[in-house]
Design a protein around this ligand. Structure first.
Ligand SMILES: Cc1cc2nc3c(=O)[nH]c(=O)nc-3n(C[C@H](O)[C@H](O)[C@H](O)COP(=O)(O)OP(=O)(O)OC[C@H]3O[C@@H](n4cnc5c(N)ncnc54)[C@H](O)[C@@H]3O)c2cc1C
Length: 354
């Protein structure tokens, strides 16, 4: 039997957990489980891949991209999730934050005013800024709107770097990282006994499926049907010039933020006509950036990444035991960067309580 877990003496080594997937969800689960004293091995098939949801994510963390009237419980969950980032920063050091604070506006001023009113009624710190105040925040906007919402608690971080930070934290606490593709969950009777990798059985008493949409196929190997689906979205990276942008901006049809590596990052819906619509999307986004900053020439993206976002069919997170199989857990939710710190902790707690 291959050695998978580090033989580190600790209080809670009664649990030997395999976490499948090294995106932001798996990284958070591994860190929280390791903190709780479990012996953890994280198995990731493609470390550093640019095609995962985490590596293509925009990284907006905050509640202002949603409204309470859309979905009260999802909104409340995002607010709760925000609080977790502070504790991670205290334990693992500065987060890879690219921008703090978000400015949002719609084409109609009354829509922006209604959004601000709704958020304030829900208890967030969102406030309305008039043109002069917007210019103080963002000095390079060509035509600031008459009214924008200012969300001081929102921020954007670099999701892949954040996942690496959590993984490094987990490794520091004894988590073993292994590059491999998990082919099946290994079950005896109604109990998990590990996973199968290239025909080899790796033993564990707990398996956390945190491999996005791939969790569906793996759970199925244990006879469990997970209600997962996926939805594509596009991340566009623009050069090294940020045109003075300092915050997150959500201006009508443009989501934009500076990147820690320099340049700008924008997220967009996947084109209805598929990959063939990506170049038109890139041109449209470049035009919107040019309009925002009054540029004579629209910038062209240096990278366009379309990736699938794992989601549940009813929008509620999968976070805890699944099916009737003892020791089998899943951790899949959208929006995953916002929710990973909170759900990783809750998932670890449900493993420890089981
Ligand atoms: C363009 C875009 C913008 C987004 N913007 C935001 C945002 O602003 N805020 C926000 O909160 N969320 C956002 N999201 C969503 C967010 O990125 C995802 O919800 C989150 O990254 C999902 O993380 P994950 O760890 O569940 O999945 P993933 O990042 O996909 O990680 C799953 C991992 O599992 C591995 N894996 C799969 N199968 C196996 C196997 N059998 N064995 C071993 N490893 C396996 C994969 O290689 C992958 O690394 C955005 C997504 C996209 C695409």
């Amino acid at each position: 039997m291959p050695i998978l877990f580090k033989p580190i003496p600790a209080a809670n080594r009664r649990i030997q957990a395999i976490v499948v997937g090294g995106g932001v969800m798996g990284a958070s689960a591994a860190w929280h489980l390791s903190k709780a004293g479990a012996a953890v091995a994280l198995i990731e098939s493609a470390p550093g891949s640019l095609s995962t949801a985490t590596s293509s994510s925009f990284g907006w963390v905050g509640a202002s991209a949603s409204t309470p009237s859309d979905n009260q419980s999802a909104f409340a969950e995002r607010l709760k999730a925000l609080a977790e980032f502070g504790s991670i920063e205290r334990e693992l050091g500065p987060l890879p934050i690219a921008a703090r604070g978000a400015l949002l506006w719609w084409s109609q001023e009354d829509e922006t005013a209604a959004m601000i009113a709704e958020h304030r009624a829900a208890g967030t710190r969102m406030e309305g800024l008039v043109r002069a105040q917007i210019t103080e925040k963002e000095q390079t906007l060509a035509k600031p709107p008459p009214l924008a919402a200012w969300a001081p608690d929102d921020f954007a971080l670099e999701p892949a770097a954040f996942a690496r930070q959590l993984l490094a934290g987990a490794q520091g606490l004894g988590t073993c990282l292994r590059q491999a593709t998990v082919d099946a969950v290994d079950v005896v009777g109604n109990r998990v006994v590990g996973v199968v990798v290239q025909g080899q059985r790796l033993a564990a008493d707990t398996v956390v499926l945190a491999n996005g949409y791939g969790a569906r196929a793996l759970a199925w190997t244990a006879g469990v049907d997970l209600p997962l689906q996926q939805s594509p979205a596009v991340l566009l990276r623009f050069g090294t010039e940020a045109y003075g942008l300092r915050h997150l901006v959500c201006a009508q049809d443009l989501e934009l933020r500076p990147s820690l590596a320099g340049g700008l990052v924008s997220a967009a819906d996947y084109p209805e006509n598929g990959d063939s619509g990506l170049s038109a999307l890139a041109a449209r986004t470049g035009d919107r950036i040019a309009h925002l900053f009054g540029l004579a020439v629209a910038p062209s993206p240096v990278a366009i990444n379309a990736a699938q976002r794992p989601m549940t069919a009813d929008g509620k997170p999968l976070c805890g035991p699944v099916g009737e199989i003892e020791g089998l857990f899943a951790l899949v939710a959208h929006p995953g960067v916002i929710l990973a710190p909170l759900l990783g902790r809750l998932c670890a707690e449900s493993v420890l309580d089981a």
